[in-house]
Design a protein around this ligand. Structure first.
Ligand code: NAP
Ligand code: ZN
Ligand code: ZN
Length: 339
């Protein structure tokens, strides 16, 4: 498959299980909007053929001789990264996603040898070093746990970093895969959550997911209602939009964390930041240790994603619907349907 081509069956050879490796039979894999961006080479530099997928749930089928955290039959998760240098500052601080040498992403990346491409979770199996494998509770619906491996950690991480008041006032922009997990997790943490959406039809869902309020940002009086209202905004919007306008929704010294990664941005007028002494930050998924913390938090609070399960032969349809903003709120592929 080349950039922007429909997905089609492709054979992948996984490496032999090394002493520290775990071979995982994949049960479910979520479809993240990042898969769509990368299949379409929105971020440039894509490696093709590409096998997307970084929201992986599976069962251990084989372990290397030196593996001690996993045994055959255990439930596991694999998220967005599968290796890193392990010695730089960020790696030492459990922030492997910011590895100075560049972490090894689960797909559309190269192994540490800089030449072996990685292939993701839209597949039957994956072989991963145990340090980058997560432990998953068997108490939750597994298909609905898969999206936690990206959408869950990507929203949990900035909440841990920036929602420092016990009851922070949080705006979540964009009710999609990330947005719906942001609402659930922020509400479970005890924060006050307002959904900021461009889709009127999502209002009832936002409340059901745990949002205390819903504002349609395209409404004529939205700007007035939202002005200087939040301590923190998690911006999950996947398409170019006016970031500066949304900065007016932040209270004094408030922070907007950019999570959405549209193919190109919009200009930010300095006045938008200066006027309210606001700040803009970025955040990329989360480190392995924090991903485990997030999975444990979600298990303790019975939090999972709202998913639409699809077969491997329906992935192109799911992509088309995701592009049209038509999913409630994450597609997950049942990998047992892949032959
Ligand atoms: P998604 O399920 O498609 O949700 C994106 C949401 O953005 C939509 O539900 C929609 O919400 C809003 N939106 C879409 N087009 C819009 C437009 N033209 N104007 C305004 N709002 C629009 O996507 P996702 O999987 O949550 O991913 C969201 C973004 O985060 C993607 O760009 C993805 O690549 C990125 N991402 C980043 C990280 C990271 O580590 N930072 C991790 C994963 C994903 P409403 O209908 O409510 O307006
Ligand atoms: Zn993702
Ligand atoms: Zn490193």
């Amino acid at each position: 498959m080349q950039a922007a081509a429909p997905l089609q069956p492709y054979s992948v050879e996984r490496r032999e299980v090394g002493p520290h490796d775990v071979r995982i039979e994949i049960l479910y894999c979520g479809i993240c909007h990042s898969d769509l961006h990368q299949v379409h080479d929105d971020w440039k530099g894509g490696i093709y053929p590409m096998v997307p997928g970084h929201e992986i749930i599976g069962r251990v089928a084989e372990v290397g001789a030196s593996v001690h955290r996993f045994q055959t039959g255990m439930l596991t998760g694999v998220g967005c990264l599968v290796d890193s240098c392990r010695s730089c500052g960020p790696c030492q601080q459990h922030e492997e996603q910011y590895c100075v040498s560049g972490c090894v992403m689960t797909y559309n990346s190269y192994e540490r040898d800089s030449k072996t491409p990685t292939f993701g979770g839209y597949s039957k199996q994956v072989v991963v070093d145990e340090r980058y494998v997560l432990q998953v509770s068997d108490k939750l619906e597994l298909s609905a746990v898969a999206p936690l491996l990206c959408a869950g950690i990507t929203t949990f991480s900035p909440l841990k970093r920036f929602a420092t008041k016990p009851k922070s006032r949080i705006g979540v922009m964009g009710l999609g895969g990330l947005g719906h997990m942001a609402v659930k997790i922020a509400a479970a943490m005890g924060h006050e959550v307002c959904m900021l959406s461009t889709s009127a039809k999502k209002a009832a869902d936002a409340k059901r997911l745990g949002a205390h309020d819903f504002v349609l940002t395209t409404d004529a009086d939205a700007e007035r209602r939202l002005r200087r209202r939040f301590d923190l905004i998690l911006n999950t919007v996947s398409a170019p939009h006016d970031v500066g306008a949304a900065l007016n929704y932040l209270d004094l010294h408030g922070t907007m964390v950019i999570l959405g990664a549209p193919p190109h941005g919009t200009q930010l007028h300095p006045g938008a930041l200066i006027g309210g002494a606001t700040q803009v930050a970025g955040s990329l998924v989360g480190g392995i240790k924090q991903t485990q913390e997030m999975l444990d938090f979600c298990a303790a609070h019975h939090l999972t994603a709202d998913v639409e399960l699809c077969g491997a032969d329906e992935v192109n349809t799911a992509f088309a619907r995701l592009r049209k903003n038509d999913v409630k709120y994450r597609f997950v592929i049942d990998m047992q349907t892949l032959n």
